[in-house]
Design a protein around this ligand. Structure first.
Ligand code: ADP
Ligand code: TPW
Length: 577
């Protein structure tokens, strides 16, 4: 009898071992496709998914709010060309993550938001399930694609489709809806294994048509005052060496958009950043490489663009062409293939731009750089944005391999202009939407994905959107140094309530707040600094130690301007124009 009992037990165990379930299939499918990290926040019905992912060797970073986890996943996508994965619970957790998914889509970052959801039957009849919501329908307009998986045997296909949708063509955010019931579904392990798909060539190269290259090169050659404009699509594409070769071979001045800074070092002699207004207004042919003519480039028209000009645009998305102004030479394909085809076509036969154009650009640059150097060198007390930035400029110069996260208004605009970047994909900022709140999510993912230190420079308002993640930074002991330019408010800290009443003005915060104490509360290092020397010393110490650090940099509350450089977008100012 005992033997029969043992045999039955063995069979049962074997049968049990031979089973898998939705939880394991999701994890196996992600791992099979080289996805190693999950950014998320646990709860019903995904707690065990997160637990099992960790148990199975994935790195799971648990946040305090899903939006920050989503932002982390989005920038992980930008940094790695693999979709960053964010995991949330249903309804409210999903909605918290959705802002980040929409932001990823807007910025062309590959990301997958995986949310647990309630049962279809109950949701569709609106019977009031726990955290009930038709998440798929809500996600669809904010994502590049949205999928739901109902059967365990379709998990492999679901993940494969999500990966392809996120990274192929123009990258973007993908929503994947996983109902609780699916995660618990079991199936035979071997059949489960066979149902998984290892995606072959998830972002296939897209070669440009040869005649589009001929047209673009001919136009570039005909230019008297050419300009190359590099966008974050160029940074994402990782065609760094060829882009540099194209810039240097043609001798054309170039402008990097904010997140393309460092693709070539900002100190490169052909960088026209310090003569930005001049080159945009004066150029006759502009070649856009992975940059859209959206609001950040004044839609390619108006006073900013001055003299009439013709555009060449290299982009993977054919419908981007002519979206704002006529594109004389569209080049549709992936940037690596397009730039290499242009290099081939150009060969050694490209005459560099004339000395009059290069000389005029150089002259503006020299003048503006001298002006900037003078502004930076002024010692003022209390510190203003520029004196504080002088210290950080030196820190980044000495540590070119660190990631530099940046958000705020003045804190963003001045830092972009002052702080030179030396390596590609190191500047991570508010992007296409100019959105506040990406700071801590981006900082965490940059530290996790690059294993290098991160310097996150935030305005005091900007930091507040994701500030609770200092606990996450301490918990995972990440080498992140946050610097807060604290001027007591949004934009500035001197507004008064127009009624004279007791409520503070709408842009004001608590005066003299000590954000450094927040970091200390969780075991990190806090500094309160009032001079550039103290600021530089505190950041250097943080980079040396690798300890989570927050530096509260006291900035003159009267420094800065309303909306930073976007004053013209405020309805009142726009109406007065
Ligand atoms: P920026 O804000 O820096 O100007 P945008 O986000 O406006 O940059 O533009 C990025 C562009 O790059 C998008 O139009 C996107 O389609 C394109 N893009 C992204 N990745 C690639 C790639 N690998 N090859 C070609 N184009 C790309
Ligand atoms: C999600 C509007 C743009 S900039 C900013 C806000 C609130 C904060 C500026 O103050 P800060 O910086 O950070 O102290 P500084 O250097 O000027 O003092 N909500 C979202 N996104 C945006 N962009 C806003 C509001 C905004």
């Amino acid at each position: 009898m005992a033997e029969v009992g043992n045999e039955l037990q063995r069979q049962a165990a074997e049968e049990h071992q031979a089973q898998t379930d939705g939880f394991h299939l999701v994890i196996d499918a992600l791992k099979l496709n080289g996805i190693e990290n999950i950014y998320g926040l646990p709860g019903i019905p995904v707690t065990d998914l997160a637990r099992l992912a960790q148990a199975n060797g994935m790195r799971v970073i648990s946040f305090r709010h899903e939006q920050n986890a989503g932002n982390a996943a989005a920038i992980a996508g930008f940094l790695t060309q693999k979709p960053g994965v964010c995991l949330t619970v249903s309804a409210p957790g999903f909605l918290n993550g959705l802002t980040a998914l929409a932001n990823a889509t807007t910025n062309c970052f590959p990301m997958i938001l995986i949310s647990g959801s309630s049962e279809r039957e109950i949701v569709d009849l609106q019977q009031g399930d726990y955290e009930e919501m038709d998440q798929l329908a809500i996600a669809r307009p904010h994502a590049k694609a949205a999928f739901r998986v109902l059967h365990a045997e379709d998990i492999g296909v679901g993940i494969a489709r999500a990966i392809r949708a996120a990274v192929s063509g123009r990258p973007g955010g993908v929503y994947l809806d996983l109902p609780a019931k699916l995660l618990g579904q079991s199936m035979e392990a071997e059949r489960g294994r066979q149902s998984l798909i290892k995606v072959v060539d998830p972002a296939p190269r897209q070669l440009p048509a040869p005649d589009s290259i001929d047209r673009a090169v001919a136009l570039l050659k005909s230019a008297k005052r050419p300009l190359i404009l590099l966008g974050k699509g160029a940074a994402y594409a990782r065609a760094d060496a060829d882009i540099r070769a194209l810039v240097e071979k043609t001798g054309i001045p170039y402008l990097p958009m904010s997140m393309a800074k460092g693709l070539l070092p900002d100190t490169h002699p052909q960088s026209a950043s310090a003569a930005r207004s001049y080159v945009l207004a004066e150029a006759d042919v502009v070649m856009l490489v992975g940059a859209r003519l959206n609001w950040l480039l004044s839609h390619g028209k108006g006073k900013t663009w001055g003299k009439p000009k013709q555009f060449i645009q290299i982009d993977i998305s054919p419908t981007e062409m002519d979206s704002n102004v006529a594109i004389a030479a569209p080049v549709v394909g992936d940037i690596g293939s397009c730039v290499s085809a242009m290099l081939d076509k150009i060969g050694n036969g490209f005459a560099k731009p004339g000395a009059d154009w290069l000389g005029a650009v150089e002259e503006r640059k020299d003048k503006n750089l001298a002006k900037m150097a003078e502004t930076l060198s002024r010692d003022v007390s209390p510190m203003n944005f520029h004196s504080a930035l002088r210290a950080l400029k030196d820190v980044v110069k000495a540590n070119p391999g660190i990631s530099f996260v940046n958000e705020g208004a003045n804190t963003l605009d001045y830092a972009r202009a002052v702080i030179d970047m030396y390596e590609p994909r190191k500047r991570l900022d508010v992007g296409t939407w100019g959105v506040m709140g990406v700071g801590m999510g981006y900082a965490v993912a940059a530290a996790v994905e690059t294993s290098k230190p991160v310097l996150a420079l935030c305005g005091d308002s900007a930091f507040g959107f994701s500030g609770m993640e200092v606990e996450t930074i301490c918990r995972y002991n990440l080498p992140i140094c946050i610097v807060i330019f604290n001027n007591n408010g949004v934009y500035k800290g001197i507004d008064v309530n127009p009624t004279g009443g007791n409520d503070p003005a709408v842009t004001m915060f608590v005066k003299g707040a000590r954000y450094d104490k927040m970091m200390e509360a969780f075991g990190g290092v806090g500094h309160n600094v009032t001079t550039p020397a103290e600021l530089e010393a505190a950041v250097n110490e943080a980079l040396r130690s690798g300890k989570p650090t927050l530096v509260n940099a006291v900035i003159d509350p009267a420094a800065g301007t309303e909306s930073g450089r976007l004053t013209n977008l405020n309805p009142q100012s726009a109406a007065n124009k």
